[in-house]
Ligand binder design. Structure first.
Ligand SMILES: [Ca+2]
Length: 210
């Protein structure tokens, strides 16, 4: 852990030059697939959670027949493919522009091959809005951290939202009609491919000096 930190700091100059060319340096996004794409809301597709735009959202449908976040419905599952393996140490998260429908609990599971998922963490975003408010500007960035884990694929299971209400049987219930959020990105101290590139560069410098 310490050795990794020192290594990353030693390459800070090289990394800064490369990352300076990209927005949100230190954050990585990927392509997204939904386990139940037919149950994603029209226009609020899963790809919206990794498009670097907090104004575009993903959400499930809300009707009683195909809305899968109704109480007892299907559990949303999104998979992010980062394109290559990174050492992930945290996340940045932006909520959904409606208080009750914002994701309240996410389980993140990590994989390097997309087939076998190992460690997982639970992330609980704060409610982004006051009850009854739907102001877009309240969809703010929240950060979470976890122990460094190597992963190319992150499976996101959405297990709850902030809705609490009264169901048809007059009993208190959770779940509501839908769940969503607008953006997620993962914290990377250094892309693995960049590290290899930098190591190669250091060897070239050393050879030229000898
Ligand atoms: Ca978005």
């Amino acid at each position: 852990m310490m050795r990794h930190t020192k290594f990353a700091m030693g390459l800070a100059g090289v990394a800064a030059m490369v990352l300076a060319a990209t927005a949100n340096a230190g954050l990585v996004r990927g392509s997204v697939t939904s386990k139940y794409p037919a149950n994603d809301e029209d226009g609020l597709v899963a790809a919206n959670i990794c498009d670097n735009n907090i104004a575009t959202e993903w959400a499930t449908k809300s009707t009683a027949t195909d809305g899968y976040y109704f109480h007892g419905g299907l559990v949303p599952e999104l998979t992010v493919d980062l394109g290559s393996t990174y050492s992930l140490s945290g996340l940045a998260y932006w909520g959904y522009g409606n208080s009750g429908n914002n994701a309240k609990s996410l389980t993140l599971a990590f994989s390097t091959d997309g087939a076998t998922y190992g460690s997982s963490v639970v992330y609980t975003p704060a409610a982004p809005l006051a009850p009854g408010s739907e102001a877009r500007e309240n969809v703010y960035q929240q950060n979470g951290s976890f122990g460094a884990v190597d992963a190319r694929y992150v499976r996101i299971t959405v297990t709850d939202n902030w809705f609490q209400g009264i169901c048809a049987n007059s009993e208190p219930c959770t779940g509501g009609d839908r769940v969503g959020f607008s953006e997620i990105a993962f914290v990377v101290p250094e892309p693995a491919s960049l590290g290899l590139l930098a190591i190669g560069g250091l060897f070239v410098l050393r050879r030229r000096r000898s």
